[in-house]
Design a protein around this ligand. Structure first.
Ligand code: DGY
Length: 424
């Protein structure tokens, strides 16, 4: 390891420790002062490099707040903090420790397997992975039961926040169906911590909140929310993460002798992979979202359709995605922009409408390596490391200039940097 690599790892660990609250980690102080679902599962991978026990705890804490129906909420409000909106008083989900009422990308199955495979303390890994297996399986079952009621093999998100890509261009059209009237007065807190030009707009916030109020009026009953939501979108990236987690959980369960869990998750992954084909677009060279209300593919070349390579899509599709990423090189200085630069709706600084996110880079690079597209994966890793060397551990980055955007000292960025350096 070179002195420069060692220094970057030390600085990344400093960020992780700074945001560590004992048994969970906040994404960054100020902007996100609680535990977020997919942040935590990816953060655990970085923590495992210096403290395996602590990494397991990160995921266990999240699952301690799983709902009785199997859902794992996107935020756990462990402590009081009025620096974030919308807080527990808006969600009102009635949980013993307050949580939000929607979910987030299901990276847990992938992370648990990766922690297990790399663990040096084998006895601990076996005990802790075994205890998590049934919980992750219940979450996967919940997804297909409640978000794929017609059994199509693909799940829908019912709120843009579930995708993690809050203001992607992908949602613009479907979001038009979500009213803005009747939203209770509110005051955003994110703008106290980040530049308004890098965040979602007021109109988007109105719609985010309309959906929260609507689901709350249905008492967060997941047997009703899917059909009752005017926003139901099948996101290829979201489904790819779930499919990958099902496949990884199946492999782990097999190894631990839990054959029923293995079989159920293998079947989910196989069905999902087959159904993904419905989302492929030859003209875009990537997958697209499907609006489940209109039944139409969404004409929006976002990172969601590139991230699909994270699951075991056919080799020819992975190769086409690799060529699509290469095609961005003359236009973007840094890989991988969260939206196509050929689309007039691309916005280099606004959250998920253009900026580069290292977590997504990590999953894309991982999928490309598995598909044998190692050169593009190497370029994505190099770009990611250039960004943090130039601009620090930001939430996201301008793909043209590398400027750091959003929140600073960001936990999952630091975790991913440790991961990238391990693979470099
Ligand atoms: C936010 O508040 O910005 C989050 O992305 C919602 O989870």
């Amino acid at each position: 390891m070179t002195a420069q690599t060692a220094d970057i790892i030390d600085r990344a660990i400093e960020v992780l420790r700074e945001n560590d609250r004992g048994d969970y980690t906040v994404p960054t102080k100020g902007l996100y002062p609680f535990q977020w679902n997919w942040d935590s599962c990816l953060t655990a991978l970085g923590q495992a490099h210096y403290d395996e026990a602590r990494a397991w705890t990160e995921i266990e804490t999240l699952f301690a707040h799983q709902w009785p129906d199997g859902m794992v909420p996107h935020i756990v409000f462990h402590v009081y903090n009025d620096g974030y909106f919308p807080g527990p008083d808006v969600w009102r989900t009635g949980r013993p420790i307050a949580t939000s009422g929607i979910t987030q990308p299901a990276v847990a199955g992938f992370s648990v397997r990766r922690l297990f495979d790399r663990a040096t303390d084998r006895a601990q890994a076996e005990m802790r992975a075994r205890a998590l297996l049934g919980k992750v399986d219940a979450w996967h079952r919940w997804f297909y039961e409640t978000r794929d009621p017609a059994g199509e093999g693909l799940v829908a998100i019912i709120h843009p926040w579930e995708s993690g890509r809050d203001n992607s261009v992908d949602w613009d059209e479907a979001f038009e169906r979500v009213p803005t009237e009747g939203v209770e007065p509110y005051e955003r807190r994110d703008l106290q911590h980040a530049d308004a030009a890098h965040r979602p707009t007021k109109e988007q916030y109105d719609r985010y909140l309309w959906l929260v109020q609507h689901f709350r009026s249905l008492e967060w009953d997941n047997t009703r929310l899917h059909d009752a939501s005017p926003f139901r979108v099948v996101d290829p990236g979201f489904n790819a993460i779930l499919i990958r987690s099902c496949a990884d959980l199946a492999a782990l369960a097999e190894e631990l002798g839990e054959t029923e869990i293995a079989a159920a998750n293998r079947a989910r992954a196989e069905k999902g992979l087959e159904a993904m084909e419905r989302l492929w677009s030859d003209s875009h060279g990537q997958y697209l979202c499907l609006d489940r209300v209109s039944g139409e593919l969404v004409n929006s070349a976002s990172i969601g359709g590139v991230l699909a390579v994270f699951c075991a899509i056919p080799q020819a599709r992975a190769a086409q995605i690799a060529r699509t990423i290469e095609g961005m090189a003359p236009k973007a200085r840094y890989f991988v922009p969260s939206h196509s630069l050929d689309d007039p709706r691309f916005d280099a600084k606004r959250y998920w409408r253009g900026p580069v996110w290292l977590v997504v880079n990590y999953m894309i690079a991982d999928g490309l390596v598995a598909a044998g597209e190692t050169e593009v994966a190497r370029e994505i890793t190099a770009s990611s490391l250039d960004l943090i060397t130039q601009s620090g551990f930001a939430e996201y980055y301008d793909p043209m200039t590398g400027e750091p955007l959003g929140g600073g000292r960001f936990t999952w960025t630091a975790a991913m940097v440790i991961e990238f350096l391990r693979a470099a």
